[in-house]
Design a protein. Sequence first.
Length: 146
Amino acid sequence: MRSIETVLYGVDPSPELERAAEAGSLAALEAENAEGEICIGLTNDELIHEYNRDYRGVDRPTDVLSFPTSEGEQIAAIPDGHLGDILISVETAARQADSIGHSVGREVAFLAIHGTLHVLGYDHILPEDEEIMTAKQREIISKLSL
C-alpha cells in the first residue's frame, strides 16, 4: 500500500499544492515499486531554515529536506511501513518556479519526487549518484501532467 499524508506548517492551505506534492511522491513510489507511507510537510522558509540548521548544520533555508525512517534513532511511535518525512518550503519552491518559468505546483511535485527518492535511499553526493538520481527525477516528472 502507498500512502501520502500532506500537512501544512506556517503556510496557507492550497489544495493545488497539496495535490502536486502527493502526486509527485506517489509517482516516485510507483516508479520504484515501493510500498509505504510518507508524510510531506509544506512549510515556509523560516521553519525549513531551522530544520536545515539543526539537522544539517546549514544556516539558511533550502527547498526540500528528507528524513528517512531508516536513518537516525528509531522512535517506538513510528508506525510500520512509514518510510519517512519530507519538508518542502513553498516560498523557495515559488521562487525557483518563477526563475525556471514553470508553475509552483510543478516545482512542488518535483521537490516531492526528489525528497521521496532520498527517503528511498537515493543520494546525489557523488557525481555518478547525482546522474542516476537526476535521470530518475526527470523520468518521473515527465509522466505527470502538471
